[in-house]
Design a protein around this ligand. Structure first.
Ligand code: PLP
Length: 368
C-alpha cells in the first residue's frame, strides 16, 4: 500500500542522524573544499543543502528525481529549452496558463508552437501527427479548471512518439501524479499551494528519467537560474503541512462551488469537482479537486470588479494556493483569454461558512 503523502513528506524532510538538528538549518555560505579534483557541489551555483531538502521531498511525492528552480517559469523554461534541442513543435493547451504560451514563444525559438483544446483528443492527435512534437499538458487548467484525461493524452502522445510534460501546479503531486499516468516530466510552481503562504517564488521539475534530471541540473548551473537558500528553506517548512492545508482548501472549494452553482447571479461555475469535469477528475485525482475555482457573473466586467471589491474576507490578489483566500477578475490581465466576468477564487483555510457568507455578501453588494 502506498504511504499517505503527509507521511512521505515528513519522512523525506526529516532524515537526520542522531546529534543533528531535527529541523533543517538554512545555509547561506559557500563551501570549504579539499585540494585535488573538483566536485560539482564545490560551488553554490551547482548545489545547495536547502535545495536538496526540497528536491528530496518533492521527488518523493511523485517517486521521481526533482530539480528545483527559482520559479515555476524557470522550471518550465528549463524543460522547454531541453525539448527544443531535439523537437520541432510544442503543442500547448489553448486555455492553460497564459504565461506558458508567452514563454514557449520566446524560450523555444525556432520551434513551432501550436495551441489545441486538450479535451479534444482527436485534435491533439492531429497536432502531434507530424513527427518531432512534444505535448505540454495542464490539468486542471488555469483559470478555466478544465480537466483533460492525462492517461488518454499520454497514450495519444506515445502513439506519435511525443513526450508529454504536465503542469501540475493546481493539483500538486498530493492530489495527482501525472508521472503515474504516463507523463515524462511534471512541472509545478511551488509558489502556489506547495509553499502556500504567498511569500516566495519557486518551481520544480520531477521526472523518472535520470538523464533528463542531470541535463536540467546542468542547465541550472550553467544559466545560473538558481533558487535562493531562504526561499528553499521556507518551502521545506511549508511542505510539511501541504496535505493538511490542501484537504481543508479542497473541501471548502467544493462547498463554495456547489453553493455558487445554485446562485441566481452566477452564470457559470468552473470546478473539477462539478459535472462535467468530475468524471475525469475522479479517475486521476485523489483526496480533492484542488484549491482553485472560477465563476462568471451576470452583467458587464465592471460588475465582476464590484464583486471583487465588495468582499470583506477574501482579498483581491493574483496568486493562489495560499492559506488566506483571494480572488481576482482574471481578464484584467491583457494576455489572459478568460471570459470578461470570470472571477478566479483561490480558496484558503478560513472557516467554510465564513467564506460562503462573504461570497454571498460580495455578490449581493457588487451586483446591484
Ligand atoms: C503560477 C503558475 C506558473 C508559473 O509559476 P511561477 O512560480 O509564478 O513562475 C506555471 N503554471 C501554472 C499553472 C501557474 O499557475
Amino acid at each position: 500500500m502506498r504511504q499517505d503523502p503527509a507521511t512521505v513528506l515528513l519522512h523525506a524532510l526529516d532524515d537526520h542522524a542522531p546529534g543533528e538538528p531535527a529541523g533543517s538549518a538554512v545555509t547561506f555560505a559557500t563551501y570549504r573544499i579539499s585540494a585535488g579534483e573538483a566536485d560539482p557541489g564545490d560551488y553554490l551555483r551547482a548545489d545547495q543543502p536547502n535545495w536538496r531538502t526540497v528536491e528530496r521531498a518533492v521527488g518523493a511525492l511523485e517517486e521521481g528525481h526533482a530539480v528545483l528552480f527559482p520559479s515555476g517559469q524557470a522550471a518550465s523554461h528549463a524543460v522547454l529549452a531541453d525539448l527544443a534541442r531535439t523537437h520541432r513543435r510544442i503543442v500547448l493547451p489553448d486555455d492553460g496558463y497564459y504565461n506558458t504560451r508567452a514563454l514557449a514563444a520566446v524560450a523555444a525559438a525556432g520551434t513551432e508552437v501550436r495551441t489545441v483544446d486538450l479535451l479534444d483528443t482527436a485534435a491533439v492527435g492531429d497536432a502531434l501527427a507530424p513527427a518531432g512534437a512534444v505535448l505540454w499538458a495542464e490539468a486542471p487548467t488555469n483559470p478555466l479548471l478544465r480537466v483533460a484525461d492525462l492517461a488518454a493524452l499520454a497514450a495519444v502522445a506515445a502513439g506519435h512518439g511525443a513526450p508529454m510534460v504536465a503542469d501540475n501546479t493546481i493539483a500538486t503531486a498530493v492530489l495527482q501524479r501525472p508521472l503515474d499516468l504516463g507523463a515524462w516530466a511534471t512541472v509545478t510552481s511551488l509558489t502556489k499551494a506547495a509553499a502556500g503562504h504567498s511569500d516566495l517564488l519557486l518551481g520544480a521539475v520531477v521526472t523518472r528519467d535520470a538523464a533528463l534530471a542531470d541535463r536540467l541540473r546542468d542547465w541550472r548551473t550553467v544559466t545560473g537560474a538558481v533558487p535562493g537558500a531562504f526561499a528553499a528553506w521556507l518551502a521545506a517548512r511549508s511542505l510539511r503541512t501541504l496535505p493538511l492545508r490542501l484537504a481543508r482548501q479542497c473541501a471548502t472549494a467544493l462547498a463554495i462551488a456547489t453553493h455558487l452553482h445554485g446562485h441566481g447571479r452566477v452564470t457559470r461555475v468552473h470546478y473539477p469537482g462539478l459535472v462535467p469535469q468530475r468524471a475525469v477528475a475522479d479517475r486521476q485525482m485523489t483526496g480533492g479537486y484542488g484549491p482553485l475555482l472560477s465563476f462568471e457573473v451576470d452583467g458587464p466586467a465592471a460588475a465582476a470588479d464590484a464583486v471583487v471589491d465588495a468582499s470583506r474576507l477574501i482579498r483581491a490578489g493574483t496568486s493562489f494556493g495560499g492559506v488566506a483566500s483571494s480572488w481576482e477578475r482574471r481578464a484584467r490581465w491583457a494576455a489572459e483569454t478568460a471570459p470578461p466576468t470570470l472571477i478566479r477564487l483561490a480558496v484558503g483555510v478560513e472557516g467554510p461558512d465564513d467564506l460562503i457568507g462573504d461570497v454571498d455578501h460580495a455578490l449581493a453588494t457588487g451586483l446591484t
